[in-house]
Write a protein that binds this ligand. Structure first.
Ligand code: SF4
Length: 297
């Protein structure tokens, strides 16, 4: 009985988180957008200032009308961090997350984007094989479930890159590749972007790290490893000196943040993955305890 209440709370939270992520831009992203507007004002770049003002106006309008910030409802992506003291059924967790997305799509209603990769036939539910994407982690000393929804729109997700660098290319090779990816992306991911970089691991691990960096890290956080933190600061400075600017129309605010996540890797390879998140930076979080009590963060 107790577990039934828990899974019902998971389903309800998944529904709510999907909607909240699309409607309510996180506080750290709002603050970064405001800093971007202030920077363009200081630089006296009238067109960049206008673009940043319009973006913030878009956020304010969505707040006032309790509506979506952008038409692209994305593919639902969740991060679930399971407390190691919480005994739950992983299969039921995934089914409830999926059900929450289906209900949000039908009840709100949301545009459904999910199609078969060959026939392009719509499922109509924003769910399907492998969708929602669910990233599972575990936390020691916890008896709660943390959920974060970060639905991913196509404009930013299409700007995903992976290169297996030769280790001899070193840090310079990594820096060069990330800058190339930003320039190649141009206006397509709706800058100012959050640039997620995944370093090391295997090819799939590097891509997953890049997604963690672009979608699940709060703006203003720095990697705990000082070498990586220094790389984040260097990349942010250089990216914002490219002049690409808001919506690619010129200016000093090309990126709101650069986040780098890393893993150890093989002696003879050096994977580098880049995943862009657009200015919307959509993310919504909740914690659910074993009794099914939900706290939205
Ligand atoms: S990239 Fe982001 S802001 Fe631009 S259309 Fe897609 S979801 Fe909307």
């Amino acid at each position: 009985m107790r577990m039934r209440a828990f899974y019902e709370a998971v389903e309800e939270a998944a529904r709510e988180l999907y909607l909240r992520a699309l409607k309510d831009i996180p506080a750290d992203v709002r603050a970064a957008l405001q800093r971007g507007l202030d920077a363009e004002k200081r630089d006296g770049n009238a067109s960049a200032e206008q673009v940043m003002f319009t973006i913030l106006e878009n956020v304010r309008t969505a707040d006032a009308q309790d509506t979506l910030v952008c038409q692209d409802t994305g593919l639902p992506v969740f991060k679930a961090v399971i407390g190691e003291d919480l005994m739950i059924n992983g299969g039921e967790l995934k089914r409830r997350l999926r059900r929450g997305c289906e209900r949000a799509t039908k009840e709100y209603p949301l545009r459904s984007n999910t199609v078969h990769p060959v026939t392009r036939k719509h499922t109509g539910t924003n769910t399907g094989d492998g969708i929602p994407v669910v990233k599972i982690e575990f936390r020691e000393g916890s008896s709660a479930l943390y959920l974060c929804a970060a639905p991913k729109g196509s404009g930013s997700e299409n700007m995903s890159f992976l290169k297996m660098l030769n280790p001899s290319e070193g840090l310079q090779g990594v820096k060069r590749y990330v800058l190339e990816c930003v320039l190649e992306s141009g206006a397509k991911p709706c800058p100012p972007v959050i640039v997620g970089v995944g370093l090391g691991g295997t090819s799939d691990v590097a891509m997953a790290l890049a997604k963690e960096a672009s979608c699940f890290r709060k703006i203003g956080t720095r990697n705990a490893d000082p070498v990586i933190a220094e790389l984040e600061a260097w990349l942010l400075d250089r990216i914002n000196r490219t002049g690409l600017g808001p919506q690619g129309l010129g200016g000093a605010t090309t990126a709101l943040a650069v986040h780098v996540e890393w893993a150890h890797t093989h002696i003879s390879h050096n994977p580098v993955a880049v995943n862009m998140q657009c200015w919307r930076g959509e993310r919504a979080e909740a914690v659910i305890n074993g009794a099914g009590e939900v706290r939205f963060l």
